[in-house]
Design a protein around this ligand. Sequence first.
Ligand SMILES: [Ca+2]
Ligand SMILES: [Ca+2]
Length: 212
Amino acid sequence: MTKNIAKVWFSLVLLVGFLGAGALANPLFIEDFESDLSLWTGKNNGAHNGVIVADPLNAGNNVLSFSATASGGDIFTIAAFDLVAGQQYTISFDYLGLPSQIPGGSGGFAGLSQAYPGTHLWYYGTNSTSGAAPILVDDGQWHTYTYDFIAPSSIGGSIHLMFEDFGYSTASVAGDAFFDNVQISTIPVPGALLLGSIGLGLTGHLRRRRAF
Ligand SMILES: [Ca+2]
Ligand SMILES: [Ca+2]
C-alpha cells in the first residue's frame, strides 16, 4: 500500500462520472472464477494467496477469496491492457465482505497496476488506505461496483487489474473478502460525440453570426 506510488499513478488517470451506463461495452477481460486462476499471477509474478471458494450465499457459484492477507497487491491479471488517451474504460466487479468488527472492514481492495505491482492505484477499498475510496461494504451481501475513467495519456500495454485482502491491522483476518464477475471494458464515448456535436453547432452558430 505504498502511498507515494499510488499518488503518482493517480496523476495519470482522470476519474469521471459516467452517465452512459447503457452504452455498449467492449470487454477486454472477463473473469467469473468458475474454473481456475490461470489468468492471474502474484506479486513480482510469483505466488499469490488467491483461492477459488464456494460463494457464501450460493454454493453453486465459485468466487475469489484469499488464504492470507496482503499489502501492495496480491493477485494480478496476467493480461495487461494498453490505456489509450481519450478512451473511456469501465471496471466492474461484485464484492462481498463478511460483516466485520474491525474498524475499516474486511480488507477487500481493488486496484490497477503497471506491474506486479509497479506504479499503481487503489481505487476502491474497505478503508481509505493509499487513497482508495472506502466504498466496499461489509454487510454479508453481494454488491456490484464500477470504476470509470478516461485515460488522459497513452500508457503502453502494461496495466493489470489487482485485488487483495488487505492486512491493515493485527486484527485483520484472511478469507472474509470475496470477489466475482470481474470485467474491464472500453466504452464508446457518447460524451465525446456529444462534445463534437456541440462544437459543430457552436461553429455553425458563429458562422451564422458572422454572416449578419
Ligand atoms: Ca463466479
Ligand atoms: Ca480480511
